[in-house]
Ligand binder design. Structure first.
Ligand code: PBG
Ligand code: ZN
Length: 322
């Protein structure tokens, strides 16, 4: 008689037959660096997450460096925003300066640079705007310029999150032409127009001031189209592809895992983090247990890399388990 319970009798047995494990080296921690000095501002909708100026970020960065996670995903918040997102590709911009600082002082951390214009544009859209429209092809050279400038500052991986068509090819070409043929691209390939991003937009001050992102980010209803997006990014030269958000899109992670052989990242986004934090603060759920369950589910669905605001806490919990 089949008795599944035979292998569940002790912690040792359960551990021996466990199919999926999360490890620290799979985790990436997103960070927000604001232009200025002496800043450490809590993000109200994301308990435990702060906006730092680079001079106050050491405590967090050294914790990240010691934690055993692979690296950070950096989002810069510039003092100056304009129509052309000029701070995005300014050699002395907030993000470039922060990347140089982190690579110099915490060389053990991989620095993944998010590439998008929305934190840098006055209107908060991810591309160039004209007559109320978000232009695709006019945006590509700016994304390419931004990528080269972040690579020059020392970024280890370039991660475009804008969802303009053709951006991976444009960025790959620019990186190659400017002496960065070895810098990988982690493409936000299947990025959905999601309600789960609202806490991030508070954190990064990147909410669009008119309209929404539905003409460039994907419709949450479309699974097959997500696979076409991923296929196209691979064709254009992506080295790692991403599905975002993670938990409501695990079917996409699984389908991508079954179809493609390059590394897959999943972004456990701000809203997913905030929901867990809010419920935990109310005493309604056990945060550690829920986070480990969520990370395991993302891994089980087929992700190799998990970007999560819980990375530092999860690294601690994983350490305790060992
Ligand atoms: C910017 C960007 C967003 C996120 C990552 N890069 C927000 C958006 O597209 O509006 C979301 C991350 C999160 O919610 O944690 N393009
Ligand atoms: Zn954007």
């Amino acid at each position: 008689m089949t008795r599944f319970r035979r292998l569940r009798g002790s912690a040792r047995l359960r551990e021996m037959v466990r199919e999926t494990r999360v490890s620290k080296s799979e985790l990436i921690y997103p960070i927000f660096i604001e232009e200025g000095e002496g800043i450490k501002k809590p993000v109200d909708s994301m308990p435990g997450v702060y906006r730092y100026s680079i001079d106050t970020a050491d405590e967090m960065l050294s914790e990240a460096a010691k934690s055993g996670i692979s690296g950070v995903l950096i989002f810069g918040i510039p003092a100056h925003k304009d129509e052309q997102a000029s701070s995005a590709y300014d050699e002395n911009g907030v993000t470039q300066t922060a990347i140089r600082y982190i690579k110099k002082n915490y060389p053990e951390l991989l620095v993944i640079a998010d590439v998008c214009l929305c934190e840098y544009t006055s209107h908060g859209h991810c591309g160039v705007v004209s007559d109320g429209k978000i232009l695709n092809d006019e945006t590509l050279p700016l994304l390419a310029k931004m990528s080269v400038s972040l690579a020059k500052a020392g970024a280890d991986i370039i991660a475009p999150s804008d969802m303009m068509d053709g951006r991976v090819a444009a960025i790959r070409e620019a990186l190659d032409e400017n002496g960065f043929p070895d810098i990988p691209i982690m493409a936000y390939s299947a990025k959905f127009a999601s309600g789960y991003y609202s806490p991030f937009r508070d954190a990064a001050e990147s909410a669009p001031c008119f309209g929404d992102r539905k003409t460039y980010q994907m419709d949450p209803a479309n699974g097959r189209e997500a696979l076409r997006e991923i296929e196209e990014d691979i064709f254009e030269g992506a080295d790692i592809v991403m599905v975002k958000p993670a938990l409501a899109y695990l079917d996409i992670v699984r389908a991508a895992r079954d179809r493609f052989d390059l590394p897959i990242a999943a972004y456990n986004v701000s809203g997913e983090y905030s929901m867990v934090k809010a419920a935990a603060q109310n005493g309604w759920i056990d945060e550690k247990r829920i986070v480990m369950e969520n990370l395991t589910a993302i891994k089980r669905a087929g992700a190799d890399i998990i970007i999560t605001y819980h990375a530092l806490e999860a690294a601690k919990w994983l350490e305790e388990q060992e």
